[in-house]
Each structure stands twice: as structure tokens, then as C-alpha cells.
Design a protein around this ligand. Sequence first.
Ligand SMILES: [Zn+2]
Length: 173
Amino acid sequence: MVKRNYVVFPIYSLKNIEYDFSYSLDNYFFEKYNLLPYKDSTTTVQINIIKNTHLFNVKIVIETVLKTTCDRCCNHLNIPIFEAFNHIIKQVSNPQHYHENESEPEITYLGFSETDLNFDDTIAEYLHIAIPHSTICNEFGFVCNEEMLHLIENMAPKPSTSHPFANKLNSIH
Ligand SMILES: [Zn+2]
């Protein structure tokens, strides 16, 4: 597989000023990170970086659409996702020490020998977090498909006949 990066900056190219970048993510990115509910969505990532020597204040804004189905009625749902988060990157002489002793997920420590700022893993992580645990129409401003709910209800086994005691009674008759 071809190794491909999306949101990467060579550190040496960044001066002590503010930068704004815009990217789009495609299906290769979603497959690479197993983010299949986002496939075929138009996904944009805005990155704002303020560099202050060895400190980078980063703001990442992701806009996309999550494609899923309702847990109750199986309707297809397109859920707009808008995630904005702040991230801090610090260049330090012993990044391993910081990663073992600091637990803030929003801070990344990089060694001075690192050549790139790579945001792909971070963006993928936030897209994973943005996937809701349950998806039911009304939680996202949609209405369940009544016809489908009736169908599902009729398909479900009736409690009175599925109970072992009820079955026994039926077999006596
Ligand atoms: Zn529904």
C-alpha cells in the first residue's frame, strides 16, 4: 500500500507567525483509519497554527457527514459532524519522558529531531470519537419510519408464545 499523508507540515518551513490551511479528506483516508461511516462524504479540515518557537498552538476544525442507519427503524441517516478542537504541540528534548508522565491527550510532545508535524492520526482519533454510540432518528432531528417500525414490531416473537411455560401449555391442548 502506498504510504500517503494528508495533513503534514515540515517544521523547518514554519516561521513564528500564524498560518491557516485547508484540506479535504477522501476515501483513502477513511479506509486507512477504518472510518467507513464517513466514506463518500465531502470532508474538510481547517487548520490554524500559531507558532511560537518550540510551541505550536493548533486549532483544528472538521466538517463532514456521517452516514449511518437508525437503530430503531433502519432509516438511512446523514448526520452532519462539526468538530472544533485545540491542540498543543511542544518540542522538547525528551518527548518520551513527557508522554509517560503527562496524560493530557490534547498535548503532543515532539523531539527536536522530528522534521514534520503530522495531524493525520489526531484527526482520525477525533473522527472516531465523533461517531455516536447510538443513532436513533429523533436524536438527530429526524423522524422514524412508522411503516418500518410496524413491520419490525410484527416480526418480533410474541412474548406469550416464546415463554417456555406458555409453550408447554400450548402443547397440552
Ligand atoms: Zn428511525
